[in-house]
Ligand binder design. Structure first.
Ligand SMILES: [Zn+2]
Length: 298
């Protein structure tokens, strides 16, 4: 009996912790980027016995490492509406808490299951000439990477190109940005690689096999010896039928997770898109199971 207990404890100890706050459910019920995306995912992960941690809001100093003071001021005042991205009441506080989730994930190698998402937000809001901020206010993963101040590989598996993240880290020698995304599609950027931004545009009918071949090629181009940490922008909207479908399924996320795990680095995950809550929960579980199966931190 004793052995059984120890085995269970070991297994539980290896599980990636999920960062989540009920406060992220309190706004935007009518929008496609709404609370159901993370509420249902959280319920599924709870059933799967993941441990949850509550984040604290990021400080203004954390935000200023990434965003312009003028943009932060406008966000505080709610002067940031665009056709995709509403100026909800208290959106500054919601966005700050989501950024804080990413910072905590970076500290503990966890998974931040918070909203709003962030990878379309550039230094001043809309990035690389794109007209909207695509449901994003603050670039959560960028804020976490800047707070860490270590050499980082950012792997963006959201089905949309992370134009904000590319803009923020373009030319930054400490960071390489790797993105697989549907193209042509919103936001219309990421057609080709540029310096430290390695972009892999994929067609809507891509499917799992081609996607996995591409992720292998992409990660093969990164000199991993130069980087200490892997930060993953986890959008699940490349799932078959979701907003930026590339024909992926639950099993594809398991395979993606394994490929992240074998890199053998300290790794954290930050939620981006993915618009079907139940599907998000199942995909995250598979991604983390695949990752945990293979990850052996050096
Ligand atoms: Zn997306």
């Amino acid at each position: 009996m004793k052995n059984v207990v120890y085995l269970c404890m070991d297994a539980a100890g290896m599980k990636t912790k999920i960062i989540f706050s009920e406060r992220s459910l309190n706004y935007g019920g009518w929008h496609i980027e709404g609370p159901q995306r993370v509420r249902m995912a959280q319920e599924i992960l709870k059933e799967k016995k993941y441990e949850f941690l509550e984040p604290e809001a990021a400080s203004e100093e954390d935000l200023m490492r990434v965003h312009d003071p003028d943009y932060i001021w406008n966000l505080k005042k709610g002067l940031v509406e665009d056709p995709d991205t509403p100026a909800y009441e208290n959106i500054y506080e919601h966005a700050r808490l989501s950024a804080g989730g990413a910072i905590l994930a970076a500290k503990i190698n966890g998974f931040s299951l918070m909203r709003p998402p962030g990878h379309h937000a550039g230094r001043n809001g809309a990035a690389l000439g794109v007209y909207t901020r695509g449901f994003c206010y603050l670039n959560n993963i960028a804020i976490a990477v800047k707070a860490l101040d270590k050499p980082v590989v950012i792997l963006d598996i959201d089905g949309h190109h992370g134009n904000g993240t590319q803009e923020i880290f373009q030319g930054d020698e400490k960071v390489v940005y790797v993105s697989l995304h549907r193209y042509p599609h919103y936001p219309g950027t990421g057609a080709s690689s540029k310096g430290n931004a390695l972009n892999f545009p994929l067609s809507a009918d891509c499917g799992e096999q081609r996607y996995l071949e591409t992720i292998d090629e992409a990660l093969g181009m990164v000199n991993l010896d130069k980087f200490e940490v892997v930060a993953v922008s986890v959008g699940l909207d490349a799932h078959l039928g979701d907003l930026a479908s590339l024909g992926l399924t639950e099993s594809s996320y398991r395979e993606i997770g394994k490929r992240i795990g074998v890199l053998g680095k300290n790794t954290f995950f930050v939620m981006e898109g993915g618009y079907v809550g139940e599907q998000n929960g199942r995909d995250i579980n598979q991604l983390l199971r695949g990752y945990e199966e293979k990850n052996k931190v050096a």
